[in-house]
Write a protein that binds this ligand. Structure first.
Ligand SMILES: [Zn+2]
Length: 464
């Protein structure tokens, strides 16, 4: 049985499912006002690996992840650029999905958008006001957190110590610095929706609680995201559910930071690296392998060196795939029992069992990945000794387990489609005659079509 760390209890414990055979999981998605950065890439990869592994074990996974398409940043950018908020949100949502597709992160089974859930949010705020746990001020409606049982559960701090350091601005009418906005009353020039407290818009924490309970129901299995969301976002989501008398998530899972040069990556530190930057420089699978080789709760260091190391790992996997003509493990959804049966004995049962033991142990992907590379060595050794059957069995296991983690193997088979072939040829021709402006434009067309473009010794190399 899969055991995962639970932020609420601070322990690794079994993931107990509300509905046998079916996992309901909510992962906080992006606020679409900027291009996605490496932190976004990490959490989506961690939860993609978890989802793929649950599927591999034969479970149905309902994976809900929201898009916050209205907030202060979107409003600010729209005002600054003379555009509407929906135009800004649509542009950055498109760049989000382009990055996710390039990283081969599966699309969630449902993607609720905040602006389409406003009536549900107004209803929840009304319930909280009626229960006397929320109050109205001149600028909004706030939740009074000291009325909520167990506030501080996820932060692992009592209310009193959370209060230290929190401040109330002189202009605010909040009763406590920790009280947070459920509804923000309209300011001039902002998009608004009607409510009993006047026109306005919902607070961020109110979105996810309404959308998760609506789509997954009370007591859904797993709520997750990056560690930076534990407090206040997830604490405040939980507080609203508890205050409304609902049962919220049963298990809380959070992944670690992305470090760049020893510091936590953040906008304020100016070490903000986008997924687009990373994809433009190399194989998108390298980031997945880097994420897999670190435990999801530990920080990861993303530098040209760590990405290059991951690239060398991919080269070893691909070399085995070429030597043994391994099938592409990502050609379909990988479910263990079906895949093992389909391989007709072409899989090492012990290797699969050991892989599952590692993954069941709080998603120990570093150990699982190390085992896969050990299988690569053993498969080569078997092939060197002329033991074709053992080589096939070990190589088949590599392909199966890479597929279970969403890691594609490239055996070099499979040609480019004709339009892509033509773009590549035209770009190489432009480069040969020194027309670099034209070569760059053609590179842009390939990127727009979802390809990663590199300059190899023999010309343009494209990958998906
Ligand atoms: Zn959220």
């Amino acid at each position: 049985m899969l055991r995962l760390h639970d932020t609420a209890t601070g322990t690794v414990r079994p993931l107990e499912l509300r509905d046998p055979g079916r996992v309901s999981m909510y992962v906080c998605g992006p606020t679409v006002y900027e291009v996605p950065h490496l932190g976004h890439g990490r959490f989506t990869l961690v939860f993609d690996v978890l989802r793929r592994y649950l599927t591999f074990r034969g479970l149905e996974v309902v994976h809900v992840s929201n898009v916050t398409d209205i907030d202060d940043h979107i409003i600010e950018r729209a005002a600054h650029e003379g555009r509407t908020e929906p135009e800004v949100a649509a542009e950055y949502e498109a760049s989000w999905w382009a990055a996710m597709d390039a990283l081969e992160v599966l699309r969630p089974t449902a993607v609720p958008h905040a602006t389409r859930y406003i009536p549900g949010m107004v209803e929840l705020v009304g319930q909280l006001v009626a229960r006397d746990v929320a109050y109205e001020t001149d600028d909004g409606v706030y939740l009074q957190v000291d009325t909520v049982d167990g506030y501080g559960l996820l932060a692992h701090q009592p209310l009193e110590s959370l209060r230290v350091g929190a401040r109330i601005e002189a202009s605010e009418q909040k009763r406590s610095p920790l009280d947070f906005a459920l509804w923000k009353k309209a300011k001039p020039g902002e998009p608004t929706w009607p409510s009993p407290w006047g026109d306005g818009r919902p607070g961020w924490h109110t979105e996810c609680v309404v959308m998760s309970l609506d789509l997954l129901g009370d007591g859904f299995d797993l709520h997750g995201g990056g560690q930076d969301l534990i407090f206040p976002h997830h604490e405040n989501e939980r507080a609203q559910a508890v205050a409304a008398g609902r049962t919220f998530a049963r298990h809380w899972l959070h992944n670690g930071w992305v470090m760049v040069g020893g510091e936590k990556m953040s906008k304020s530190l100016q070490n903000f690296t986008t997924i687009g930057d990373l994809l433009a420089r190399g194989d998108p699978r390298a980031y997945r392998l880097l994420v897999l080789r670190s435990h999801y709760r530990r920080p990861i260091e993303v530098t040209p060196e760590t990405i290059a190391t991951a690239g060398r790992g991919l080269a070893r996997l691909d070399a085995l795939a070429r030597r043994l003509a391994l099938p592409d493990p990502m050609s379909g959804v990988v479910v263990r029992d079906e895949a093992v049966a389909a391989a007709r004995g072409g899989v090492d049962d012990d290797a699969v069992a050991r892989f599952c033991d590692h993954m069941d142990d709080d998603l120990d992907t570093p150990a699982a990945t190390a085992d896969v590379f050990d299988l690569v060595n053993r498969a080569h050794a078997a092939a060197d000794e002329g033991d074709a059957e053992a080589a096939r069995r070990l190589g088949g296991s590599v392909a199966l387990l890479c597929g279970a983690m969403g890691l594609r193997l490239r055996s070099g088979v499979g040609d480019l489609d004709e339009p892509t072939r033509q773009l590549v040829d035209r770009r190489d021709a432009a480069r040969r005659v020194g027309d670099f402006a034209r070569a760059d434009a053609l590179r842009g067309e390939l990127l727009a079509a979802g390809w990663t473009v590199e300059d190899g010794p023999d010309g343009t190399v494209v990958r998906r």
